[in-house]
Write a protein that binds this ligand. Structure first.
Ligand SMILES: [Zn+2]
Length: 171
């Protein structure tokens, strides 16, 4: 069966690999894998794949980036005990699932919110596939940390990577 006859998600997920269970190549997409941690717990892989499947189903912008994954652009995850991060445009994400459950932020309702796995995963996947910096303004294309840059429109739908942003009324 050729890959073109597979349903889209099955075709994509076949090219999402985890260091350890899916092999330990010496290089991935040209990057040496020295120091890459192996995923020892099969449940972590399942949680990340399930999060990506959910995003693919529910978020058009997440679907856009995940549609880039193919035989030509594999996505690899390796385990890290430090902060999660990505090799930009290399299709490689270092991920610490424990960090996700520890990250909290102030919500618009004034209550502390916990980070969600989908958000943490797609954030790093966007770095790994598109190579975008954090918080690029969709209109000005400037990063949030450029001195003197105009305020960023975080209400822009392009920031809605998990399809769950509450749109603020502007008048
Ligand atoms: Zn980032």
């Amino acid at each position: 069966m050729s890959s073109s006859t597979l349903p889209p998600w099955a075709d994509i997920v076949a090219h999402i690999k985890f260091f350890g269970p899916d092999g330990t190549p010496a290089t991935i997409n040209g990057e040496p894998t020295d120091g890459f941690g192996e995923f020892k717990d099969a449940d972590v892989k399942k949680q990340i794949v399930d999060a990506l499947a959910d995003l693919y189903e529910n978020s058009p912008s997440a679907r856009g980036v995940l549609d880039e994954i193919s035989a030509a652009q594999e996505l690899w995850f390796f385990a890290t005990t430090g902060g999660s991060g990505a090799f930009t445009s290399k299709g490689i994400v270092g991920f610490n699932i424990d960090q996700t459950t520890r990250t909290q932020f102030m919500g618009s309702n004034g209550k502390i919110q916990s980070d969600v796995l989908q958000d943490a995963v797609i954030h790093e996947v966007i770095h790994a596939i598109y190579g975008w910096d954090d918080l690029i303004d969709p209109t000005t294309l400037q990063s949030y940390d450029v001195p003197g840059a105009p305020p960023i429109d975080f209400n822009n739908p392009n920031f809605d990577h998990i399809g769950a942003t509450q749109r603020l009324a502007t008048s």
